[in-house]
Ligand binder design. Structure first.
Ligand code: SF4
Length: 295
């Protein structure tokens, strides 16, 4: 909000500036979509914001949850906002037996939410249900004795509170081995430089800058990294890095290559770095620079 106080300011911003501010928050597609949405509103809609959830949902990155939150809180539309807290409260209130992250269970939660919303003040009503889930109907040890809707709670009556909500089992994060290729050269003014490339528009670390890399999904059940990726004088690592669905193990390998390995990148002074590293690289930069300095 400080950097881009209006939709027009965000729309006019450079992608790099937006991505730099988002760095470390993950889900970089959110920053890209926020930027695109600002541009659509500023340039194609003359700065006019959509007034209902259906229209909000046509914009990049705005799904049903965000669309409902904006339109009920800002424009008084009677659409339910279903977040994890609301899902939990409703699945307990109505003792929903179906998994709430599958089609049938989701539909049951949505139907229940529609019945619960107070059309006189939908924004407040939605926030009240979310708050009830966050503060009273907690995942473990819900405070049922203080709950304002305890009397009508089916799960409480049937003794199934700790079994609700039902969810399908979570997948284990995918183990991924990443090897970054660090190409070095001495620049015109004698400074050591490394080669960085902009990542593609989609996929991991999209539009950030990084060393070229290879990524290998580790077979299921393989606990250890492959032998070829073990520590050696030529490799810096391993660096462990956890993303939402991936458990990464990374190495950095100096590659003797005087010329840029492909288009779409640039030489950057090792001491300066770039503004848009992925967090994985950002967190090891000082140690990586030291390691390279000793080579
Ligand atoms: S009575 Fe207990 S389980 Fe039921 S909605 Fe209230 S806090 Fe949740």
């Amino acid at each position: 909000m400080a950097a881009f106080p209006t939709v027009q300011d965000l729309a006019a911003a450079k992608t790099d500036a937006v991505m730099a501010l988002w760095k470390g928050l993950g889900y970089y597609s959110r920053a890209r979509n926020l930027h695109k949405t600002a541009q659509i509103i500023a340039e194609e809609r003359a700065g006019q914001l959509p007034q209902n959830a259906a229209d909000w949902a046509t914009l990049p990155g705005i799904g049903p949850y965000t669309a409902a939150a904006i339109s009920s809180i800002c424009f008084d539309e009677a659409v339910p906002v279903v977040d994890g807290n609301v899902q939990r409260v409703v699945s307990r209130l109505f003792d929903i037996e179906d998994a709430v992250d599958r089609k049938k269970g989701k539909a049951a939660v949505e139907t229940a939410c529609l019945a619960l919303i107070d059309a006189r003040d939908p924004g407040k009503s939605n926030q009240a249900w979310m708050e009830l889930g966050a503060l009273v109907c907690a995942p473990r040890s819900p405070r049922c004795s203080e709950c304002p809707v305890a009397e009508g709670c089916l799960a409480r009556q049937r003794g199934t509170v700790s079994d609700r909500p039902v969810k399908q089992p979570k997948k284990a994060p995918q183990a991924v081995d990443v090897v970054f290729a660090v190409h070095l050269q001495t620049g015109a003014e004698g400074a050591q430089q490394w080669w960085v490339e902009r990542r593609p528009e989609s996929g991991i670390w999209s539009q950030l800058e990084a060393f070229p890399c290879t990524m290998d999904m580790r077979p299921k059940g393989a606990e250890k990294a492959p032998d070829t990726a073990s520590e050696s004088p030529e490799r810096f690592g391993p660096v462990a890095h956890i993303l939402t669905h991936r458990k990464m193990t990374a190495w950095f390998e100096v590659v003797a290559s005087p010329a840029p390995p492909c288009d779409g990148g640039r030489w950057v002074d090792v001491k300066e770095g770039t503004a848009n590293w992925p967090r994985l690289i950002d967190k090891v930069l000082p140690a990586l620079r030291d390691w390279i300095g000793k080579k």
